[in-house]
Design a protein around this ligand. Sequence first.
Ligand code: UGA
Ligand code: MN
Length: 361
Amino acid sequence: MTPECAQTSLCRYTRGAACDKEAGSRAGAARVAVGSAVAVAAMDATGPHSQQPRVVLRLPPCWLLTAALLSLLLLLAYYCSGWSGEALQVQELARQMGCSPATLAATTTPPPPQRTVYVITPTYRRPEQLAELTRLAQTLMHVPALHWLVVEEEAPTTALVSELLASTDIPYDHLVGPMPEEYKNKPGTKARGVSQRNRGLQWIRANATTGVLYFGDDDNAYNIRLFEEMRSTERVAMWPVGLVTDYGISTPVVADGKFKGFYDGWIGGRKFPVDMAGFAVSVEFLLQRPNASMPYKVGFEEDRFLKSLAPFEPHEIELKANNCTKVLVWHTQTKKNKPSAALDMKKYNNTNLVLLKKIIV
Ligand code: UGA
Ligand code: MN
């Protein structure tokens, strides 16, 4: 190897192959064999770099193409086979957690955005109120994409209810829906929770464009799976409710996956003889029915509200809970408690009982 050749890195690849300086001197280039490829060391014989050969690697086009393809394949293999840093981190994490990288990826990938379920809960001050709301809050805390509309009967809102709501991580609005004077002064049984439900509907009309609405009374028992069932409601969905009337259940009747009628201990001439806890309505559908609301008609609240969604017929009901074969909500009725006895302030002044008495009714 000539000293000139030895100065170039390319010539080192020749591993002692002849460096034809003679042939190159005329054209200013030395040809060096590199395997079957040919390297040309360009020699500037006149300039200040006469002792520094310029080396140019000249490969046949098919080799260049092969090399480019190989690089591309290597790059692809790098990303697909998990050699990248991120993939290695996932593999390591999966190893530590004792699961496969695919399982880990499935559990860590954020789910697509879900339609919000708006739960409208009428509530009022009574001995059981905080107990009911605590239980319901702790059920709803397990439900993602849920907005809780807690509607009290009278202003101002109860501080203890505000405190309870603020202590959960559930998105909520604490509202008041007083009963109009004309109904308040009417003799006879009052339609319970109606003014609050209508206030909830008004809030949804003003604040939501998509989602599902559900009237969730404060005293029922809810399986959290119910909220996933109702989330896909396109117009009106229904399912069974346990502990309703002497029949023990209120439900659509289903055969061959089709709606056949209603089963409820009190039909009462209703077109939709169902319980308040037994249906959900999509927000989109509600917005298409600007006049839909709940009437102050004891016993007919559900029926008249559903009728106010007309045109809508029972055979159009979306059947949930595995074709109405599962009970995911129960119409539990908490025993009514008498208001607590007065506190003997002489005896218990300066004790915890003074504070506790402010909590209980
Ligand atoms: C049944 C139905 O499940 C209710 O949805 C319906 O409103 C009620 O009958 C009716 O038609 O009167 P029921 O268990 O008998 O329910 O009634 P409650 O549980 O006492 O009340 C239903 C909801 O309204 C509860 O969330 C409750 O806190 C609320 N409510 C009740 C008030 O806000 N104010 C009241 O004076 C009474
Ligand atoms: Mn109830």
